[in-house]
Design a protein around this ligand. Structure first.
Ligand code: FCB
Length: 362
């Protein structure tokens, strides 16, 4: 299948996982990424790598704690930093695909109760409006990355700050994300009609997905038509009883390429364009990554041949990075990072992905 030139091909990152030098609720709460990959200072070189691998887009996030380190006070220097990031992407022919919120919060916001505070949607809206007004050149905006995963990890399993284990609060947090998304959507449709706004969800594959993906589909029902596209993060199949001898990643996640097809089809009912905003594997040996990418893209193609409106694919991740409470162990990158020297090394699977891209865009 040959795809149109406007299909987005690239890789994704998030600010806290790659940038380094960030103070937020995670660094404050015992999950300090330190200097991470120093992407904050090396973004141009990293974008050169993406360009050399034939990518035409890059998904990344804005770190709210940089933009608004104190309540209501914006840091122009940091806003200008992201302007430079976007200019550097454009210079290399990479379309910016920007996430406003990817799990992390400013310390002041967390101290006020974070996403459990009923004022959270208004706080978010103030930040979102400011950054969207400043970064005029961006077309694709994601409000929230995987709100369900965040609500679970931070408010139900208690492994991310604020480390609560309280189901009713987790539900309230999720409701606040939906409210914040809608506020932002309405504001932007009245003021910046040209931008496209999405919400990113993480769905699992296999027969158990009706159970595990239920809260995600419920969120989409609540968001309703107030969305321009859906972002799908797909990684694995989840079973009720862990099987033996199954193909797994270094994270122990079961490799199940058909699941990306199943989950795309489940989203067809929303009648919105779909971007695969994350799909990837932790594989330090790089032995399984090429097949992983190839197989998943084949299933995406099949879904498209059967009518799914998929418009982009972002591998997770461009470079190795800080995997939240798992630290720096898991290696998801197309590009390997040596955390001592911060040197980058392109993995063979990244070249394979580049070959797939050039084969598909003809
Ligand atoms: C997703 C997250 C992303 C990364 C991958 C492995 O759930 O959005 O930040 O951690 O998992």
């Amino acid at each position: 299948m040959s795809l149109s030139k406007s299909f987005l091909w690239g890789a994704a990152t998030s600010a806290y996982q790659v940038e380094g030098g960030i103070t937020n609720d995670f660094s404050d709460g015992g999950l300090d990424a330190g200097r991470a990959c120093d992407h904050y200072n090396r973004f141009e070189k990293d974008f050169d790598l993406a360009r050399s691998l034939d990518h035409n887009a890059y998904r990344f996030s804005i770190e709210w704690s940089r933009i608004e380190p104190e309540e209501g006070k914006f840091n122009q220097k940091e806003i200008d930093h992201y302007k430079k990031v976007i200019a550097a992407l454009r210079e290399r022919g990479l379309e910016p695909f920007v996430t406003l919120w990817h799990f992390t919060n400013p310390v002041w916001f967390a101290r006020l109760g974070g996403w459990a505070n009923k004022k959270a949607p208004d706080f978010f809206l103030r930040f979102a409006k400011k950054i969207v007004e400043e970064l005029k050149d961006v077309k694709f905006w994601v409000t929230f990355n995987e709100p369900e995963i965040y609500a679970n990890h931070a408010y139900f399993f208690g492994v991310w700050p604020p480390k609560k284990k309280n189901a009713p609060i987790a539900r309230r947090v999720l409701r606040n994300f939906i409210k914040a998304h809608k506020l932002f959507y309405h504001w932007s449709k009245n003021t910046r009609q040209s931008i496209q706004i999405g919400w990113v969800t993480n769905l699992s594959g296999g027969p158990t997905r009706w159970f595990f993906n239920f809260p995600n589909h419920r969120s989409f029902a609540a968001v309703g038509s107030e969305i321009d596209f859906i972002g799908l993060n797909y990684y694995q199949r989840i079973r009720f009883f862990p099987g033996r001898n199954l193909p797994r990643s270094d994270m122990g996640w079961e490799i199940y390429p058909k699941g990306i097809y199943e989950t795309i089809n489940d989203l067809k009912k929303c009648n919105k364009p779909i971007y695969i905003t994350e799909n990837g594997i932790a594989d330090a040996s790089d032995k399984r990554r090429s097949d992983f990418i190839k197989d998943h893209i084949q299933w995406v193609e099949k879904a498209m041949e059967e009518g799914a409106d998929v418009r982009g694919y972002f591998y997770w991740s461009l470079i190795d990075n800080f995997e939240w409470h798992h630290g720096f162990g898991p290696r998801f990158g197309l590009v390997e990072v040596d955390y001592k020297t911060l040197e980058r090394k392109i993995r063979p699977s990244a070249q394979e992905y580049a070959r797939i891209i050039s084969h598909m865009v003809q």
